[in-house]
Design a protein around this ligand. Structure first.
Ligand code: MOS
Length: 766
C-alpha cells in the first residue's frame, strides 16, 4: 500500500520517455499463470457486448440534449489557396443558423494539436478548416455551409511526395518542403561499407507504400456543453486526459475547467490520439450561443482531414554472406507529412528486428498539400516491415536458403542499440509453431506452382514496443453489499478494456463479474491513466487494477482479523468470504464485514510499477500467409494467415483473437486494397467514401489461426501483460507480399498489390 516516487524509462521510436510516477513500494506478488486462474485468459464475452449489439450503448454521436445545436465544418475545396474574402451574410440569413465562425470573428488562437492557427487565411490541403457553421439541425448547418461565399486565390500546389522534394516544387511554407528542423533523421551503427565488403551478395531495391486512411467505423466528433464556466466534452478519443489538455491549452482556461468524457467507442487506430480543431471551435461557438453543440465528421471529412498512414518511398541495400549472415543494411526513405508537421519514419524494423552489425538509415519528412499524417496502428512498422521482409526473402533466394532458416540465422537475443537482453523473446518458438500450422515444408520454390491459379506461402516477422509504463492508476471501491466499482482514466477503443478490468478485479476478489462496474474515460471521475496508444493500455493499466484489487483484499483480511479476533495469518480469503483456515465455519462474508466496519465504501488506489532498466521490453511474432494468385485476373486471394506471437500474458482469449483478426484484416487491406487516391491535376482526393476507398469485407477475410507462445512476461509487471493491438498488423502485408512472390515468381515492390500491378508484372516477364 505504501508508495514511492520513481523515475521510469520507456521507449517509443526515438523517444526515450522518462516518467516520474508513484509506484507500489514493493513488487507485487506475481499473478499466477493462466492455467491456475479461473477468469483471466479464458474466452470471456465483453461486458459491454449487450449494450453494443442492442444499440443502447451511447456513443458521442448519440449524445443528445433538448437544446442541442449542430455544427458543420466548411473545408477548403482546394489543395492550396489564400482566402481573399469570406461573406457569411447569406448563410446567416438562413432560418435556423445560429453562429458562423471564421478567421474574421473567431479568437486568433493557436490550436494545441499541431500549433497551427485555429482559423488560418491560408488553406494548405483539400479539407483544411475554413469555417464552422452552427445551426438548429445538421441539414441547416450543411445548407448554410454551401451559402458561405469564400473567394479563394488558388496557389500552385504539390500533392506528390517525390514531386515535392524537387527544387522547383511549390513550397507549402516559404522554405524547403523538407524542413530544416527535424526534416532529416539519421541513424547508424557499425560501419556500413565494411559490412558490404564482407558480404557475398548485395542487393538494392526500391519499395513504396500508399497513403492509407484509418477510417474507424465510428467517426471523429465531439459534443460540447458549458455548465457555468466548466466545459464538458464528450469525444471519441483515445486519450481523455491529453484531449483535455489540448482543449484547455487552446482555449487558455484551467485544465480543471475542462472535463472530457469518453464512453463507448467504435474504433480508434491512432488518429484519435489527438484532439480535433472541431472540439475547440464547437466550444467557442457553444459559449456564444449558450447551447450544447455537436460536431460529428462525415465520411468525406474522415477521409480528408483527420489523418492517414503516410506513404513511404524506401530504397534499401542489404548484404549477406553465403552462410546467411546479414552483414549490412541501409535505408533511405521519404514520407509525406501532409501540410502540417507529422511523423513519417519507417526505419525501426530494419534497425531492430534482426541481428546486423552494420546499419545506416536516412529518413526525410516532406510537406505536401495533403491531409496531415497521424499515427496509424504501428506507425512506420507496417511500411518498414513490408520492405525489409521483401528484400530479406530476395537475399535468402540468392544464397539458396529457406527464408525461415535465414531469419532464424539472424535472430538476436539482445537489443542491438542498448545491448540489453529482452524481457522475453520467444520468436524461435513462434517460428516453429507457425511453420507447423501453415505447413511450411510444403512451400515450393518461387514461381514453380503450375496452372492459372498459383499458390504461394510467405512469412514476415514482427517487433514492437508495447510494454506499457507508469504513471497509471486505478481505484477499486467495494460497497457494503459487496458490489464493486473500478475507476480508471483509460479508455476502451473497442478493444475490451472494460472487460479485462472487470476480469482482473473478479479474479483477485473472487467475486462474480456481474457485481463489478467499470467506469473509465472521464477526466473528472477517474484517476489518471495514459492515452491508449502504442499498444500500452492493458500493459499499463492491468497492473494498477491488480494492485488496487489486492489492496482491497488485504483490507478485507485485516478487518476480518479485527472483527473475528483471529490473527491475519490464520485467515483465508475465498470467494468473497474470509474464514479461519482451520475452521471454515468461523467465517464472515465481505458484505457482513463491511457493515460491521461501519464503513460504506472500501477504497484502494493501485499503481502501475516501474519499468526495468536492465532489459529491453518488446513484443515479437511471425505471420505466415497462404495465398492464391489468379494469373488471368491478377486477383490475390488470401486463404489463411497463421499468427504466432510472444505478447506476454493473454488476459482474454476472445478479445485477443478479436484484436488479431482486426489487425490481420487491416494488414491484408494494406497489402492488397486500401489506398488514398489523389487526382494530380486538381489535387483532390478521389476516395472519400466506403465505396471508392477499398476495404475488405467478409468475402476477402481469410481463415486466421492465432498461436500465443508466451504465458506471461514477469519482468514487465506482476500481470506480465504486453500489448497486442499493433503487433497484430505489423507482419501481415510483408507475409502476403512474400507469398505472392512465392506464387508467381515476380516481385511487386509497391503496395497495394492490385490486379493491374500483378498483370503488368506478369506481362513484362512474358
Ligand atoms: Mo496507435 S497508432 O498508438 O493508436
Amino acid at each position: 500500500m505504501s508508495r514511492k516516487i520513481i523515475k521510469s524509462k520507456t521507449y517509443l521510436y526515438d523517444e526515450k520517455i522518462e516518467t516520474i510516477a508513484e509506484v507500489p513500494e514493493k513488487d507485487l506478488e506475481l499473478l499466477p499463470l493462466n492455467k491456475d486462474l479461473k477468469i483471466i485468459g479464458k474466452k470471456i464475452p465483453r461486458v459491454d457486448a449487450e449494450e453494443k449489439v442492442t444499440g443502447t450503448a451511447v456513443y458521442t454521436f448519440d449524445k443528445i440534449f433538448t437544446n442541442i445545436a449542430y455544427g458543420k465544418t466548411l473545408r477548403s475545396p482546394y489543395p492550396f489557396a489564400k482566402i481573399e474574402s469570406i461573406e457569411t451574410s447569406k448563410a446567416e440569413k438562413l432560418k435556423g443558423v445560429l453562429k458562423i465562425l471564421t478567421y474574421k470573428n473567431a479568437p486568433d488562437i493557436r490550436w494545441y494539436g499541431d500549433y497551427s492557427k485555429l482559423f488560418d487565411q491560408t488553406v494548405r490541403y483539400e479539407g483544411d478548416e475554413v469555417a464552422l457553421i452552427v445551426a438548429e439541425t445538421q441539414d441547416i448547418a450543411e445548407k448554410a455551409a454551401s451559402l458561405v461565399d469564400v473567394k479563394y486565390k488558388e496557389l500552385d500546389f504539390v500533392t506528390d511526395t517525390i514531386e515535392a522534394i524537387k527544387d522547383d516544387a511549390p513550397k507549402i511554407y516559404k522554405r524547403s518542403n523538407i524542413p530544416e528542423i527535424r526534416g532529416h533523421a539519421h541513424y547508424s551503427r557499425g560501419n556500413f561499407e565494411d559490412g558490404i565488403k564482407s558480404a557475398d551478395i548485395v542487393l538494392e531495391r526500391e519499395y513504396s507504400t500508399q497513403v492509407a486512411i484509418q477510417n474507424p467505423t465510428e467517426p471523429h466528433g465531439s459534443v460540447v456543453k458549458w455548465e457555468d464556466d466548466q466545459l464538458i466534452v464528450w469525444d471519441s478519443t483515445q486519450g481523455v486526459f491529453s484531449i483535455r489538455d489540448i482543449i484547455a491549452g487552446s482555449l487558455n482556461i484551467p485544465e480543471s475547467k475542462v472535463r472530457v468524457i469518453k464512453e463507448y467507442m467504435g474504433g480508434g487506430f491512432g488518429a484519435k490520439l489527438e484532439a480535433g480543431k472541431y472540439s475547440v471551435m464547437a466550444a467557442i461557438a457553444s459559449k456564444e450561443i449558450k447551447r450544447p453543440v455537436k460536431v460529428i465528421l462525415d465520411r468525406e471529412e474522415m477521409n480528408l482531414a483527420v489523418g492517414n498512414r503516410p506513404d513511404s518511398h524506401q530504397k534499401i541495400k542489404a548484404a549477406a554472406k553465403k552462410d546467411g549472415t546479414l552483414t549490412a543494411m541501409s535505408l533511405i526513405n521519404y514520407g509525406a507529412m501532409g501540410a502540417y508537421p507529422a511523423g513519417t519514419g519507417v526505419h525501426w524494423p530494419l534497425r531492430s528486428l534482426y541481428k546486423c552489425d552494420n546499419v545506416e538509415t536516412n529518413e526525410y519528412r516532406v510537406f505536401t498539400n495533403t491531409g496531415r499524417a497521424r499515427p496509424f496502428r504501428a506507425p512506420g512498422h507496417v511500411q518498414g516491415t513490408f520492405a525489409l521482409e521483401s528484400i530479406l526473402d530476395d537475399l535468402a533466394e540468392k544464397i539458396n536458403m529457406n527464408p525461415l532458416d535465414f531469419r532464424i540465422k539472424n535472430f538476436t537475443p539482445i537489443d542491438q542499440d542498448s545491448k540489453r537482453p529482452y524481457t522475453s523473446k520467444k520468436l524461435i518458438e513462434a517460428y516453429k509453431a507457425g511453420a507447423k500450422a501453415i505447413k511450411w515444408e510444403s512451400r515450393k520454390p518461387a514461381g514453380s506452382s503450375g496452372g492459372i491459379v498459383k499458390r504461394g506461402l510467405g512469412l514476415a516477422s514482427q517487433i514492437w514496443w508495447g510494454g506499457g509504463f507508469p504513471p497509471a492508476y486505478a481505484t477499486v471501491k467495494m460497497n457494503r453489499d459487496g458490489s464493486v466499482q473500478v475507476l480508471c482514466g483509460t479508455q476502451d477503443l473497442g478493444t475490451g478494456t472494460y472487460t479485462f478490468i472487470s476480469q482482473i478485479t473478479a479474479e483477485v476478489l473472487e467475486i462474480p463479474m456481474d457485481t463489478i462496474d467499470v467506469l473509465i474515460g472521464d477526466t473528472q471521475a477517474t484517476p489518471y491513466a495514459p492515452s491508449s496508444g502504442g499498444s500500452t493500455t492493458a500493459p499499463s493499466v492491468s497492473p494498477a487494477v491488480y494492485d488496487a484489487a489486492l489492496q482491497i483484499k488485504e483490507k478485507l483480511i485485516a478487518s476480518a482479523s479485527a472483527v473475528l479476533n483471529i490473527p491475519k495469518e490464520e485467515l483465508t480469503y475465498s470467494n468473497g468470504k474470509i474464514f479461519e483456515t482451520k475452521n471454515e465455519s468461523n467465517s464472515i462474508t465481505n458484505p457482513k464485514l463491511i457493515r460491521k466496519m461501519r464503513e460504506r465504501v472500501l477504497i484502494a488506489t493501485g499503481a502501475r510499477n516501474q519499468n526495468t532498466d536492465k532489459y529491453a521490453i518488446n513484443t515479437f511474432g511471425v505471420q505466415f500467409a497462404d495465398v492464391e494468385v489468379n494469373t488471368l485476373t491478377g486477383k490475390v486471394k488470401v486463404n489463411k494467415i497463421v499468427a504466432a506471437h510472444d505478447i506476454g500474458r493473454t488476459l482474454n482469449r476472445l478479445t485477443l483473437e478479436n484484436q488479431f483478426h482486426g489487425g490481420i484484416i487491416m494488414g491484408l487491406s494494406f497489402a492488397l486494397m486500401d489506398e488514398r487516391v489523389i487526382d494530380e491535376y486538381t489535387g483532390k482526393v478521389l476516395t472519400t467514401n466506403y465505396r471508392d476507398y477499398k476495404m475488405p469485407t467478409i468475402k476477402e477475410t481469410p481463415e486466421i489461426e492465432v498461436i500465443i507462445v508466451s504465458e506471461n512476461d514477469p519482468l514487465v509487471s506482476a500481470t506480465g501483460v504486453k500489448g497486442i493491438g499493433e503487433p497484430a498488423i505489423i507482419p501481415t502485408p510483408g507475409a502476403i507480399a512474400n507469398a505472392v512472390y512465392n506464387a508467381i515468381g515476380v516481385r511487386i515492390n509497391s503496395l497495394p498489390i492490385t490486379p493491374d500491378k500483378i498483370l503488368t508484372a506478369l506481362n513484362s516477364r512474358g
